[in-house]
Design a protein around this ligand. Structure first.
Ligand code: RP5
Length: 164
């Protein structure tokens, strides 16, 4: 098995219910990845060690999910030139705090920010796959096939859902 090309990190176990969707999609697309709980403020040394060695371990894209004063993606991006995709987590403020914290990076340290919660996590996985697919024709074909299947699954007419 080759080394993980995508790293999914999250600030807390509580983020996994949404970040799991990124992992599931990467698995579906055959993208080797790893998932870690690493907090920029609760485990700062673990975070520093992990991110500064990621590139030499073969990681090509980092997906970082965090909530509230969500600095995980920004601090991660500060420590590496790998592309960092930020996924804001839901919170008591419906994720608005997480979204603004993740997206509003001052110029110089970019974080590619996705939507809040599980939809953002899924799109982060698709975007990471698209980045890797630039240099992987087989992955590009799988990604294209995934898109075609999604299109085929959209019905032409709405169905009435029977109330139980
Ligand atoms: C952030 O604080 C985490 O990413 C999480 O979204 C939020 C709350 O963490 P827990 O209190 O649920 O561990 O660091």
């Amino acid at each position: 098995m080759s080394s993980p090309k995508v790293s999914i990190i999250m600030g807390s176990q509580s983020d996994w219910q949404d970040m799991e969707h990124a992992s599931k999609l990467l698995t579906e697309l055959g993208v080797n990845h790893e998932c870690k709980i690493i907090s920029a403020h609760r485990t700062p040394q673990r975070h520093h060690e992990y991110v500064t060695t990621a590139k030499e371990r073969g990681v090509q894209v980092i997906i970082a999910g965090a909530g509230m004063a969500a600095h995980l993606a920004g601090v991660t991006a500060a420590l590496t030139t790998l592309p960092v995709l930020g996924v804001p987590m839901k919170s008591d403020m419906h994720g608005i705090d997480s979204l603004l914290s993740t997206v509003q990076m001052p110029g110089g340290i970019p974080v590619g920010t996705l939507g809040v919660g599980k939809h953002g996590a899924k799109n982060a996985a698709l975007l990471a796959s698209g980045i890797l697919a630039l240099n992987d024709a087989e992955l590009d074909a799988r990604l294209t096939q995934w898109r075609e299947k999604q299109t085929d699954n959209v019905p032409h007419e709405p169905q009435t859902i029977q109330a139980v």
